[in-house]
Design a binder for this molecule. Structure first.
Ligand code: ZN
Length: 199
């Protein structure tokens, strides 16, 4: 497989709504190669996820993985997940038997296609339906920062970048400035959140 160039903000393909994969094609050579390239490209760039349109393929395919990630050391582990034709439904805390939990969380996000970080409010509880790389249909609940990663990647498939969802532009920073000025406070807050939610 191949490490591909990652499109940067301003490239029109990042703004296209990606098209569904024909389920009968999921095991085709074309889609298998695409999935392999996404995994290799994500890992080479230390991303937590990448969507196919970030490598100029406007199909609804994304992969996610968090191991010991130097870009996002506070993110809970997330095994390699191949996601095709996903849909997301927002859930209330009560729908996942945790009615005292928060409905949303402010996450300082980064993106392989944007050279900045910024604060985005994400839903804490979501239900996702998707096909995996073997063509198996999944219906699962995701929570916390993992749910945030899902929302970020699925946004890509709709041509949406995290900067579109940043309500306070003053939260935008370069990675260097984030590391100097915002990182410690964010990690302290988000680590407490991850311990509360468990993911
Ligand atoms: Zn991204």
């Amino acid at each position: 497989m191949t490490v591909r160039d990652i499109l940067q903000i301003g490239h029109p393909v990042l703004r296209q709504v990606a098209e569904d994969v024909d389920v009968a094609d999921i095991k085709s050579d074309e889609i298998r190669t695409l999935i392999g390239d996404l995994v290799d490209t994500m890992r080479a760039a230390n991303g937590a996820g990448i969507a196919a349109n970030q490598i100029a393929v406007p199909l609804r395919v994304t992969v996610m993985e968090v191991t010991d990630n130097p870009r996002y050391p506070y993110k809970p582990r997330l095994p390699l997940t191949v996601v095709i034709n996903p849909t997301i439904e927002f859930l209330t805390p009560a729908q996942v038997d945790d009615s005292d939990g928060p409905e949303t969380v402010m996450i300082n996000e980064g993106c392989l296609s944007v050279p900045l970080r910024g604060d985005v409010e994400r839903q804490v509880n979501i239900r996702v339906r998707y096909y995996d790389g073997e063509g198996v249909l999944h219906d699962e609940v995701k929570r916390g920062l993992t749910a945030g990663t899902w929302q970020h990647e699925c946004d890509h498939l709709d041509g949406v970048l995290f900067v579109d969802r940043v309500k306070d532009p003053a939260s935008l920073s370069t990675w260097d400035e984030f590391n100097r000025n915002g990182r410690d406070a964010f990690i302290e807050r988000i680590t407490a959140f991850v311990e509360q939610i468990g993911s």
